[in-house]
Design a protein around this ligand. Sequence first.
Ligand SMILES: NC(=O)c1ccc[n+]([C@@H]2O[C@H](COP(=O)([O-])OP(=O)(O)OC[C@H]3O[C@@H](n4cnc5c(N)ncnc54)[C@H](O)[C@@H]3O)[C@@H](O)[C@H]2O)c1
Length: 254
Amino acid sequence: MKLMNKVAAITGAGRGIGRATAERFAREGARVVILEKDEALGREVEDAIIRSGGQARCIPMDISDPRAVEEGFARIAGEFDALHVLYNNASVFLGGRDAPVVDLEVEIWRQVLAINLFGLFYCCKHGIPLIIRSGGGSVINTSSSAGLIGIPNCDAYTASKGATIAMTRSMAVEYGPSKVRVNCIAPAAIATEMVKESNFKDKNFDETAFLRTTPVRRWGTPEEIANIALFLASDDSSYLNGTILVADGGITIT
Ligand SMILES: NC(=O)c1ccc[n+]([C@@H]2O[C@H](COP(=O)([O-])OP(=O)(O)OC[C@H]3O[C@@H](n4cnc5c(N)ncnc54)[C@H](O)[C@@H]3O)[C@@H](O)[C@H]2O)c1
């Protein structure tokens, strides 16, 4: 049990990587706080964890709403009186509407940054003080291959994921002395609804060709990212601070 009695908040834990991580953390003894915009999804994960003997609480939250985030973290402080892990996982990829800068609608740029970047900022703003008050802990941010290499047709998403890497490093420097480690996972090609709703709806997407350029020749699973999140959340990574763990089967090195 690597997270026994730790309080771990995960944004976007209603499905995909967030859900797999919530379930994994709960199996490791954590009290998991599901911060999810889609309340029905969040409640489903809460129920599933409790049914299997774990501890979970869903707090419905749209991370792009600064007031909701402030209130949500105030609830965590009130109900748990502690926070040890903050996993900033929620994001959107608006496939079909995100675009190269010249074609990108300002409103889409705003929507993506409001969630992926401003949301990260609000959660850190209200979560980190709570982690410091709890004696320290771990913040895990979520970038993407799009934050590391040039990926066409998604400049708003790319901007948000590149900024996430920069913020990871600056927050690691800023809060390391307060015993808060800040690291980042940069996934690619993880088989989730996000990929189904973007790549698979794109008529130009050729899965066979894509997998041919992927060194491990397969999609990753949410559980494989949950394993990395567990490593970053736990004391197993106690000397890691400011790192970007690239979890992409080798896509970005080809
Ligand atoms: N799946 C991949 O291949 C891949 C690749 C690179 C990066 N990522 C990143 O990994 C993270 C998780 O991706 P996923 O594939 O599990 O996505 P997903 O779309 O399957 O799940 C995202 C979850 O976040 C929630 N969410 C969305 N907007 C929210 C908001 N404003 N407030 C609160 N919750 C919100 C959704 O309801 C959903 O439950 C994201 O940050 C994504 O950018 C994923």
